[in-house]
Ligand binder design. Structure first.
Ligand code: HEM
Length: 154
């Protein structure tokens, strides 16, 4: 049974990356895209994938926590497990402070199709460094969590 929980945990991680990859691609593309209609479409695409990404994250977390309980890893001094939870919390903090509020602001700026968009303000907002910092922290977080899972260094 334990292997099935590990299977679900890895499946959750793969599905999360599949869904969240859309947000990642959008935030990289928006460094150069300045056409309000294209910006609006890209932001909608990212928004559509947030729900599925949360669902996959829940599967990843529930199965991972349970797999850890089954082998007594939470109380067995396997600090790599606690460290990975710590890194995940840091990445979520980066998402909620550097990415989510900025994308909300961008959505407000482009509004619905047909509303006037201030091109200069849009350019200033899309050029801010926060989202790229958040994305970089997210990527580093993925590398560190994967390293902790595979090498179990402490
Ligand atoms: C372990 C890795 C990651 C986790 C757990 C994670 C999780 C999250 C969560 C929970 C949100 C909040 C969604 C909301 O607004 O409710 C979010 C937003 C976002 N993340 Fe990540 N993320 C990770 C890595 C990344 C990476 C590597 C990138 C980009 C290269 C990225 C780009 C974004 C973007 C663009 C948003 C805003 C989505 C939107 O509002 O449409 N994330 N992330």
């Amino acid at each position: 049974m334990h292997l099935w929980w590990v299977y679900l945990h890895i499946l959750g991680a793969l599905l999360f990356m599949l869904a969240h990859g859309a947000s990642a691609a959008v935030v990289f593309r928006l460094r150069r895209e300045r056409d309000p209609d294209a910006v609006r479409t890209l932001l909608r695409l990212s928004q559509l994938t947030v729900g599925p990404a949360y669902l996959a994250l829940a599967v990843l977390l529930i199965a991972g926590i349970w797999a850890g309980i089954e082998i007594g890893a939470w109380t067995g001094g396997r600090w790599w497990l606690w460290a990975s939870v710590g890194v995940l919390v840091l990445v979520l903090g980066a998402m909620y402070t550097l990415l989510t509020p900025t994308l909300i602001r961008w959505r407000e700026l482009v509004g619905d199709a047909g509303t006037g968009v201030d091109a200069t303000e849009l350019d200033v907002e899309l050029s801010k460094p926060g989202p790229m910092m958040g994305a970089s922290l997210g990527l580093v977080g993925i590398l560190v969590i994967l390293w902790l899972m595979v090498f179990k260094p402490f």
